[in-house]
Design a protein around this ligand. Sequence first.
Ligand code: ZN
Ligand code: FE
Length: 260
Amino acid sequence: MPLIIHTIPAFQDNYLWLFHQAGEREAFVVDPGDAQPVLEYLEKYDLDLAGILITHHHPDHTGGIKTLLSHYNAPVYGPDSPNIPQISQRLYEGDSITLAGTTFSVLEIPGHTLDHIAYKASPEGQSPLVFCGDTLFTAGCGRIFEGTAKQMYQSLQKLAALPDMTQIYCAHEYTLSNLAFAAAVEPNNLALQDKTTDDENKRQQGLPTVPSTLGIERETNPFLRCHLPSLALAASQHSSSQLSDPIDVMREIRLWKDSF
Ligand code: ZN
Ligand code: FE
């Protein structure tokens, strides 16, 4: 049975992901920052909450856990983080869990926070996918709050090693502002211009731009392109120094974005 993934918008620009197997009522939610839209969704579609998956400790990803657990007796999967006491099954790099008939494996991807993990899966007969929280966004990456630029670079490389067809289920709709920044970094990137047109159309129709695919991100996301000469040149010009190491390039592009 195919895996079905629903998009639940929350707050200003968060996406909560709810998945279940077609025809089954057992549903799983990723990063429920708010319980209310999840409870409404479960009721509307006659689903039961069978588990909660957490990528990292920020409140916009964890704030709804307590209320959800007051309605449903469900396990909470997540990183080994002192900041998330409700986690009942702590997960580490290489661990796997089978939910909704699908095996998810865990990637540790520190940088945005030190506890950040991602869940990747290859459902039979469907595109591979990853729930990557606030690490890799469509056309961008998360701010480096707790880790180092090197950690963030390595975490993005880990995600970049997934197959091109991988659907990137990130946790925020930041795409248009990310694309505007990406165009400032790479004004001559034609794939970026095409993606901007497509995504502006989607947003005008009120549609999410997420998920993207890794193949498209590789062509358009500056944070996955730090090994390329065009990115090294842009970062060097911005910093007024000669940068060539991809980690230094990524650090500079991230600083640039922070004040863009
Ligand atoms: Zn976050
Ligand atoms: Fe977030």
